[in-house]
Design a protein around this ligand. Sequence first.
Ligand SMILES: Cc1cc2nc3c(=O)[nH]c(=O)nc-3n(C[C@H](O)[C@H](O)[C@H](O)COP(=O)(O)OP(=O)(O)OC[C@H]3O[C@@H](n4cnc5c(N)ncnc54)[C@H](O)[C@@H]3O)c2cc1C
Length: 597
Amino acid sequence: MTPATEKVDVLICGSGSAGLCAAVWLARFGISYKILERRDGPLKIGQADGVQTRTVEIFDSFGIAEDLLKEAYHVLEVAFWAPDPDAEAGVQGIRRTKYAADKETEISHQPHVILNQARLNALMMGELGAAPPVEYECEVKGVEVDEAAAKDADAYAVRVTAAKGGKDMIYQAKYVLGCDGAHSVIRRSLGFKMVGDSTDSVWGVMDIYPRTNFPDIRKKCVINSAAGSILIVPREGDSMVRFYTELPEGTKVSDVSLESLQSHARKVFSPYTMDFAETFWWSAYAIGQRRADFFHRDFRVFLTGDACHTHSPKAGQGMNVSLQDGHNIGWKLGMVLKGLARPELMESYVLERERTATELIEFDRGFTKLFNSKYREENGITPQNVAEQFVKAGRYTAGQAVRYDESAVTTIGEHDKEVASRVTVGMRFPSAQLVRFCDAKAMHLVKGLPADGQWYVVVFSGDLAQPEVASRLKEISQSLEQTARRFTPAGDYPDSVIDRVLVIASDRTKVEQEEIPEFFTPVTGKWGMKSITKVFADDESYNSGHGHAYEAYGVDPQRGALVVVRPDHYVAKVAALSEVDSIRQFFDGFLVPTSQS
Ligand SMILES: Cc1cc2nc3c(=O)[nH]c(=O)nc-3n(C[C@H](O)[C@H](O)[C@H](O)COP(=O)(O)OP(=O)(O)OC[C@H]3O[C@@H](n4cnc5c(N)ncnc54)[C@H](O)[C@@H]3O)c2cc1C
């Protein structure tokens, strides 16, 4: 029998963190897509749990952070424990060496939290509409790209074979995402290899309800004892706790039992007592520090997440980096398939995420060594050194150290730092508190940049009370208006491709609405109303103090600044107000001008 064939613009293979995050964007852009998943339904329990501040920011930009923050454990402090030198001979013991803040305040306005991966997946799934297009119990078997057809942007050049309920299926797609985890069939089918360590380290993980007199059981703890190391991660709900253990070299996953993990934990915690009232979930899994040798085929099939990088769970990166791969590629596909951006935009996914994966593996190699007692002994690394390194790695482990290289969507200028000294092109746009002009609400600037697929030009105008500042803003607005119109399809809302935000350095009570150029108050949305929510003042608020945003962004109010922010909130470009024409040139580099222009 001829297998059933289905056509879809994007086929996502795997409904894990990477696949679902990409799907959220595609749903927002209204792209035709389908997810194939071998499981019989959504992930129910287990796997990763650490949610970096960057991932919380992403959920917030999608408008789905509230439940995440409400349900999660918030990590505020880390306790470090080491062998107790005063323990009596022959008696093993541990003592606390240090407490440290889990996150420096400036790293993010969002917290680092812990929540089950299944719950995060469910929150993303909730954004895929009433009937998410997921084909469960569907096993992907292989993928092929028709190289000649791939040259035609509109061709369904990729063919995926799959099987469901004993029946073969064929999918023809324009783009395919291999989000099918560490044993990716898509990767193997393309003949790509994982390169890096040849040996896998084996990790034991258990979610347990402990009965213990260990005092820091509700804190994130790094415990290095003579009997081995354990990382404690308290779980949501005030009772459950997760223990991570790296098992000795040579351990096979099949050798690991729950009893062996529990007995190891009792030894590490000695002399404190450790009983297990209940084990909710446990697992042992092997992991190597490796990345795929290629991330794409003909820029039509892309690998994401564990399918292209694997590493230890020590720094809580796995789910986050995977989800962020999906976040990086989803909006790009959305823009290309809507005809707003040229297909070459997809090349930036590979440039950006290959580097991120390489850096992640290098970081993980160094970080993992800190937990290896043999390595510490041989290299004279003290418990104090371990604690210091752990704290130093804070920005990285928060997901805030990612910096993308120069590309069509990230252009680095020589004078960027003179214009906005605390904004870095290629890194995510930081947030600062402002007061919204229309309703006096104190809010973080990024809250005014919802992730619906549009680009943002953030204009730091200076103080509108100064006549020269006001007239300069008028001129800039005219130029930006033309730029936005040039790339907005006829009939679409004026802010749907290039949105705008104005940040004034004024006493907001002395500014009147009519002084704000109309570019910042476009008539938009289904009711055709004038939008007045895009203007903010760097001013004192009634109940939340002053955010000092110009200072936080390093912008001189006399000079002002233009900052272009990508749909995923990475900084694309910084320019002086006098360089407003360069904004149009920037967008010309990858957007498709419309017939309106
Ligand atoms: C058992 C286990 C425990 C883990 N524990 C931790 C942890 O404690 N902490 C941590 O940080 N990380 C942990 N990880 C790693 C973490 O879960 C991953 O880094 C993260 O889930 C990667 O996301 P992803 O979307 O790339 O892949 P996944 O979340 O693995 O999603 C891949 C999806 O693809 C589906 N799939 C695979 N093959 C096919 C196919 N042929 N056809 C159709 N569907 C397919 C899978 O069923 C799955 O739903 C664990 C991983 C595993 C497997």
